[in-house]
Design a protein around this ligand. Sequence first.
Ligand code: SF4
Length: 629
Amino acid sequence: MKNLYILELSDRYENQVRLPYSMGLIWSYCKTIQSIRENYFLKELFYYKESIDDICDKIIEPDVIILSSFVWNWGYNKKIAIKIRRKYPDCLIICGGPHVPHNDQFLYFPNRVSPYWGYPLSEWFNNHPYFDIISSGEGEITISEILVENLNERNFKKIEGLVIREKNNSFHITPFKKRIENINDMPSPYLDGTFDDILKKDKQFDFTATIETTRGCPFHCAFCDQGHEYFNQLTLLGLDKIKAEIKWMCDNEIVYVDNADNNFGMFVERDKQIAEFLVDCKLKTGFPLQYSTAWAKGKTLNSIEIMKILKKADLDRGVSMAFQSLNEESLAATKRKNMNEGTIKKTIDSFTVSNIGVFDELILGLPNETLDSFLDGIFYLLELGHDKFIGVYPLQVLPNTKYADPDYIEKYGLVLKETQSHSAYIIPEKENSKDIIVVGSNSMSHDEWITAFLYKTLIVGTYTYGSLQSIVKFLNGTHNISHKEFYETLYKWLILNPDTILGRELYKTRKSLDDTFNRDSHWNRLLPEISNHTWIHEEALAIMVMKNKNLFYEEIFDFIMKKFDIEISLEEKNNQIYSVVDPNINYPITVDNKTYKLNWKRENFSGDFPAWARECIWWGRKSSRYLTA
Ligand code: SF4
């Protein structure tokens, strides 16, 4: 028997761990082949990050190792492969996943320096001599063919979809492999028992399980590996298989179900049936506690019908309107198209009327974006009435996207910076993987990028998270002060008043960015009094505002008096102060004949700040659980 080890390492978020779905699919299929069953012994399926030494110590006399790689584990995988290669020079080490170069990309850029990889792709194996084979694209069939061939003549060149290391670290590319035709014929790692041992062994974890209702994406976004033409054809998974997997998840008390569909709601009638089934199972078993997915682009109104269904079992986590930018030139460079203004307004209004959470997503650093166009995009959404969560993410460069094309980088003058992992909610450690972030371009200097980042931290941290939302709306409605005027005045005032609560938070954000970029420190902020993991900057700001609530509002009402010459009435002050969930208040509470309560089913927090931060600011951000009803 040959000793096989499989690794798909994910981050642990507090007690949450993700089941290794991709490698689960692959191993499930491999097990259907008799020669693999009879000749390989799966010694361990590693699925979360432990110390690299601990993982390597557990790998004993391996014959084959398979590593699934993406940004969050690429650094780990490389270090593990190096150690194993040194100790076991004859072990066959196979690497797959979205992070390794597609084999067609070698053909596109065989001898040029890719900004992502930092050297010509033709030299990939010179820089990674510890890997033997790259498996490109879907892995189920390709990996099984490698395992079978490893038992025979080891002539891997006859297998499609590979890049094989040869003598002197040169490489051989085999023909590109087409996507799997009938995905429904593939076995499910949930239903065939692949994950049973993990559930039995690691009872201490809250598990996240991935379902995949549709594979592929019809869009071509330049920053996303799914925009590659390889993934453009959609494959729909059969309803029976999906339902059986959901039932398994609920019966096995899976806490989070994450749907890997890139456009849930695109096939609205089928997707409604999936939502109905999920709700039925949750009402019977109490699981899952949460459901998340990426929603269909351009069809956001479809999502309302689905969310109404999910809401029946508290599985409504908000629907995303993934604009990424509201600047036409940036969208053109990114190969995206947004809804027109009328549809955006109608969509926001429909979500408000239906009391369904909706959130926006923007990317900072896209080509052709300027500081003004970026900020105008945020203010435009606020003026249209969007008062829910806005997720603003720095543009991360991924391999196998347009950003691996040196011409694209040069054309838009993108400034790239290698940093520690950008992931939030993690415990920082130097072993973590590296990310490459766009921190400027020929339309937005690095200093302007920093300014844009500080503005988004301020706006999302106070408007989205509620601490200034009611008052800004009041000033807008009764004194004609636009969102832009308010926030530009506030920003300038904070720079001059760094000792205020918000001024201090802005300074800490600036300092944190400086440490990330110039001192190889972690991304995001640590708040030791709340947790041992990091928080996104605007979340840290919102938490510290709540911690210093009384002084914060004193300073803000004073600022409004000084800068706008407006005395805010006690009633208006109370409208603002009580609109945000305060962990120290016992709800419901009545003030000025108005009653405020939590907008979801939850007991009071009784002063438990960490629980409030976790449930309202982190988990509840997309459904505005930080606002009172
Ligand atoms: S960003 Fe979303 S819509 Fe665009 S290609 Fe990727 S998965 Fe598809």
